[in-house]
Write a protein that binds this ligand. Sequence first.
Ligand SMILES: [Zn+2]
Ligand SMILES: [Zn+2]
Length: 258
Amino acid sequence: MFLTCDYHTHPQGHQVRPYTAELLQPWIDQCRAKQIRSIAFTDHDRYLAGINFGVVDSLREQNPDLEILAGIELDNDPVTSGNGLRWVDKNWDRLDFVLGSIHYFSGETEMLDRAGDTSQIEARGVSEAFDQYIRELEKLVSRGHIDCLAHLDLVKIHGLSPDGYDPVERFRPILEIVHRRGLAMEASTAGWRKAVGEQYPHTAILRAAVELQIPITTASDAHSYAQLAADYEKLAAVLERAGVTQIARFHRHKSRTI
Ligand SMILES: [Zn+2]
Ligand SMILES: [Zn+2]
C-alpha cells in the first residue's frame, strides 16, 4: 500500500505565524516530492490567530492537482481550548477536518508529552496515568466538534507502560465510543521520533479499530515541511500487519475510503 494522504501537519510550528503563500507553498511542493495527493493543515488551536481561509483558498487555486484541507488540532488545553472550541464551532463550514487531541491531564497546566519529562506519569503511577488519559479522551469526544482522534495512545510517548499492559483492553472502551460516534482515528508516524519509538497507536489497537470499521487516516504530525509523510513506508508495513486495507480521505468533515 502506498500512502498518499497526510492529515496532521503544523505549518505554523509552535508559534503564531500567519498563513501566507510563502509559508504554505513549501508544504505543497513537498507533497509533490513525496507523492502526497491530499494534505490537511492542522495547526494547534492555540495558534488559530494565524489561520486564514482566504490564503488556503488561493493556495487551492494555485495548486489544483492537490487536495488541500483546512483543518485544526483541537486539544484540551485548560487555558486556550475553550476559545478553540468556539472558533471551530463558528468556522465549522469553512473547515474540512478537525483533529481531537489530549495533551493535558486534568488539573495540569503543562503538556504531558514534553520531551524527557516523565514526572506527570510517575506522579500518578503509570497505570493510573493511562486511565486518566483515557478519561480525558472520553471527555474530549463527548465535547464534540471533532472528526478524528489524533495520536490515540500518546500517553505512551515516554516509553512507559503499565505492568502487563494490554493496549486493546485499555483502549477498547474509547474505540467503541469512536465507532458509535462515527469518528475516524489517525495512524501517526510521530511516535517513531519520540522515546517510545513506536507509531501511534499500537498495532493491536489498529487491528481492533479495523474490526470496528473505524476509518483510519495517515499522518506525520510534521512541524516542518521536511517531516511531511516521514516514515510512510514503515507505516504502510505496520498498517498491512494490522489488516488496514483502506485509508480515509476527508472533505468538509465527510470521510470516504481509498
Ligand atoms: Zn498533538
Ligand atoms: Zn500535532
